[in-house]
Design a protein around this ligand. Structure first.
Ligand code: PLP
Length: 404
């Protein structure tokens, strides 16, 4: 086994990212001396208001929107909820149809399920083996009473990038609104809400090196959304509550840095990703890529390894100083296989044996080299212990080798 590096290696940027020093520095004054409430009219308040509006402009710039179309929220989850429940509650008094997919984040699927329990109808579109929704399916699913189509821009687990521009166009041609969860995509690919026919778009700061607990929803000018929080009428009456000024400042700085550095960081991550995607199946038997080889997020490499459990993989990698994930962090604690992987048509066993490596701007060749060096050994060690392994007798009821 190669020697464990002195510094831990982080390959779980789909779960969250490090707040980079530039962002910490921008936030610092707003955590201490610049503590005004952005609604106050005195100098403390005006200072906070200016900072919030500067951030708003930076976030708008990242997605080709106008500053007045950005609503700050507490998270990607809140943005998804505001978009979906907000449109449904406004558009139709308890009736209407929504279209989404089987592979959305739970922050989209759960509000849809909630609306269904309250009388709305929801169509969940299947995806192909590589994780794409079929445009013909989208077209067929949209009805006269469809109020909203919600399809994520890029998948959090397998990185698949959906044809949002065409989906948005189809939604509009039938009079429906189009929402996309761009939490994973933002900062890693160019987004233009006009070009891509988007009415509502969710963002989360902590997925691109900003602080946790702050997000935004883009709401196209003129789009009617019912607020979920009622109170002082902040954020154009869409999201009452005193603005999280330090969080918003950090979010804005992170957006600025992401946009400034995107050409370079995206290229570097793409190169590292492709090295992983090429090397893993070459060096490990029965290893397969999940998702599409190129039409995927620049930072996402996702493989499945027959005969093993992803949890074991993650734990042994952790013991080697590498943080990665299996399934999705959002369903941690659950031993159910990832619904996204099942939607690709994988069996439970195949879905269980998956590993997600999500790169970040700070990862380098050396770290990827170390991963590629230790992974084959870890996989074969797990296979030696696995009751599923083809090298071992099948595990029967009396075999006494129960799976933990
Ligand atoms: C992380 C994530 C969310 C949730 O964002 P939070 O800010 O953690 O609530 C929503 N959608 C996608 C695609 C995500 O990856």
């Amino acid at each position: 086994m190669p020697e464990r590096p002195s510094k831990r290696i982080y390959f779980d940027h789909g779960a969250t990212t490090r707040v980079i020093p530039e962002v910490v520095e921008a936030m610092a004054p707003y955590v201490s001396e610049k503590y005004g409430n952005a609604s106050s009219i005195h100098s403390f308040g005006r200072e906070a208001r200016t900072a919030v509006d500067d951030s708003r402009a930076r976030i708008a710039a990242l997605i080709g929107a106008g500053p007045s179309e950005i609503v700050f929220t507490s998270s990607g989850t809140e943005s998804d909820n505001l978009a979906i429940k907000g449109v449904a509650l406004h558009e139709s008094r308890g009736k209407g149809h929504l279209v989404t997919t089987e592979i959305e984040h739970s922050a989209v699927l759960e509000p849809c399920a909630y609306l269904k329990s309250r009388g709305f109808e929801v169509t969940r579109l299947p995806v192909s083996k590589e994780g794409f929704v079929d445009l013909g399916d989208v077209e067929a699913a949209i009805r006269d009473d469809t109020i909203l189509v919600s399809v994520m821009m890029a998948n959090s687990e397998i990185g698949t990038i959906q044809p949002v521009r065409e989906i948005g166009k189809m939604a509009h041609s039938r009079g429906a609104l189009f929402h996309t969860d761009a939490v994973q995509a933002a900062g890693k690919m160019t987004i233009d809400v006009d070009r891509d026919n988007i009415d509502l778009l969710s963002l989360s700061s902590h997925k691109f090196h900003g602080p946790k607990g702050v997000g935004a929803l883009y709401v196209r000018k003129g789009t009617k959304v019912e607020p979920l929080l009622h109170g002082g009428g902040h954020e154009g009456k869409l999201r009452s509550s005193t603005e999280n000024v330090p969080g918003i400042v950090g979010f804005g700085k992170a957006a600025e840095v992401a946009q400034r550095d995107m050409p370079e960081t995206a290229e570097r991550m793409r190169h590292l990703r492709d090295r992983i995607i090429k090397t893993v199946p070459e060096t490990i038997p029965d290893a397969y890529l999940n998702g599409h080889p190129t039409n995927r997020l620049v930072n996402n490499a996702h493989h499945r390894f027959d005969f093993i459990e992803g949890e074991g993989l993650v734990l042994l990698l952790d013991m080697s100083g590498i943080a990665a994930s299996t399934g999705s962090a959002c369903s941690t604690g659950s031993l159910e296989p990832s619904p996204v992987l099942l939607a690709l048509g994988l069996t439970h066993e195949q879905a269980h044996g998956s590993l997600r490596v999500t790169l970040g701007r700070e990862n380098n060749e050396e770290e990827v080299g170390y991963l590629l060096e230790v992974l084959p050994g870890i996989v074969s060690k797990l296979r030696e212990m696995s009751p599923f392994s083809k090298d071992r007798p099948k595990c029967g009821r009396e075999g006494g080798c129960s799976v933990q």
